[in-house]
Design a protein around this ligand. Structure first.
Ligand SMILES: Cc1cc2nc3c(=O)[nH]c(=O)nc-3n(C[C@H](O)[C@H](O)[C@H](O)COP(=O)(O)OP(=O)(O)OC[C@H]3O[C@@H](n4cnc5c(N)ncnc54)[C@H](O)[C@@H]3O)c2cc1C
Length: 339
């Protein structure tokens, strides 16, 4: 019988992230499928509040490594903390969220324990008494379902694949785990792109994709970049949607053409870009070519605005295609949003 340990780290405000709560619900159903229990291990500056927030999740034990050294993401301290918890819990099946912080340290923990790791798993289940994980390969063109005989087995769960665990707050009794670690690395700050229009934000309700059509000459024979910027930013602000782009639009800057100032390669959706998982997507001035649309495979409800009734979206790639001028449509939509 596997001894299951769920590992998570707290956020700056002491809470558990949505991704961490999703991994917890994955662990709960895994333990149920195996007919056993599981323990929780938490790492952070102060983890009592996080432990209390999931106290009723069904875990048998709550292990904690806490203190100022564990407030920030740092390989040396995080790896030592997780290794110590795994050893104290006697865990041979360890599951954590594929956050940036744990994606960095958990494979190292597996190596230190002499185990194996599978990262960014999109499924975790029990089949015939065996633990099975799902992973994507080759830029999400092939999906595998795989098991492992080796233990310890350290698994990270990709965001947005399970419903987050909720409604199980209470009072958790922590077992403090001692860690012996020295580090030469001092974290003096964090530099990250602002989580607004600068990046694709997975937690947004809607993905708004802008295509190269926004920069093309329109019916009056002129391009309208400033207007395009206003429409796009107005919609993002009004709807709190996350911004994505086609390759053609983000490549324009490299070709020395006039570009939308906020657009970067981090926004690119598609075969050679990102594969976001928003519930809803709206594509504007984007043709809907196959290499772009493969990046939409996890988007449940797809709509597009395009002047061309024969564009790619019309070929079964969107649920709804509005054959219309996106400049006019977004003017109206932003008016309705009060922008
Ligand atoms: C190996 C390979 C990998 C690739 N990977 C990717 C990838 O990861 N992501 C990606 O996006 N592409 C990728 N591509 C490129 C892809 O094939 C397309 O060239 C690209 O997606 C086209 O971008 P677009 O639709 O924005 O531009 P365009 O093809 O120029 O389409 C612009 C669209 O805007 C519409 N339009 C113009 N004005 C308006 C208006 N006023 N209102 C409404 N609609 C309007 C036009 O009708 C047109 O359909 C890849 C290609 C290759 C060969």
């Amino acid at each position: 019988m596997d001894t299951i340990l769920y590992l998570a780290h707290t956020e700056a405000d002491g809470s558990l992230s949505k991704t961490a709560l999703e991994a917890l619900s994955a662990v709960k159903s895994l333990a149920k499928g195996l007919g056993g229990g599981f323990a929780v291990g938490l790492v952070g500056e102060a983890v009592q509040a996080a432990a209390d927030s999931v106290a009723g999740c069904g875990a048998t034990d709550f292990y904690a490594v806490q203190g100022a050294d564990y407030a920030v993401s740092r390989y040396a301290t995080d790896t030592a903390a997780c290794e110590a918890i795994c050893k104290q819990a006697g865990a041979n099946l360890v599951v954590g969220p594929a956050t940036a912080r744990f994606s960095r340290c958990l494979p190292g923990v597996a190596a230190r324990l002499g185990g194996r790791t599978d990262t960014q798993c999109t499924g975790l289940a029990v089949d015939g008494g065996e633990v099975v994980v799902n992973r994507w390969y080759y830029r999400q063109r092939m999906e595998s379902a795989q098991t492992r005989a080796q233990r310890p087995w350290v698994i990270t769960v990709a965001p947005c694949c399970f419903m987050p665990e909720e409604g199980c707050a209470g009072s958790a009794s922590l077992t403090e785990v001692a860690v012996n670690v020295t580090t030469r690395t001092e974290v003096v700050g964090v530099e990250a792109p602002s989580a607004d229009e600068q990046t694709i934000r997975p937690e947004a309700e809607i993905l708004f994709v802008a295509g190269a059509g926004w920069t093309k000459k329109q019916a009056d024979g002129a391009a309208h970049m400033k207007q395009a910027e206003q429409h796009i930013l107005g919609f993002l602000e009004g709807s709190k949607a996350s911004l994505g782009s086609s390759k053609s639009l983000v490549d324009l800057s490299g070709e020395g053409e006039e570009v939308l100032s906020f657009m970067t390669h981090l926004h690119q959706v598609g075969q050679t870009g990102a594969t976001p998982r928003h519930k809803k997507g709206l594509a504007t001035c984007c043709h809907g070519e196959e290499p772009h649309v493969v990046g939409w495979r996890f988007i449940t409800e797809r709509r597009a605005v395009n002047l061309d009734p024969n564009c790619g979206w019309a070929q079964g790639k969107a649920d709804v295609l509005y054959v219309a001028d996106a400049f006019e449509v977004m003017t109206k939509v932003n008016e309705m949003l009060g922008k």
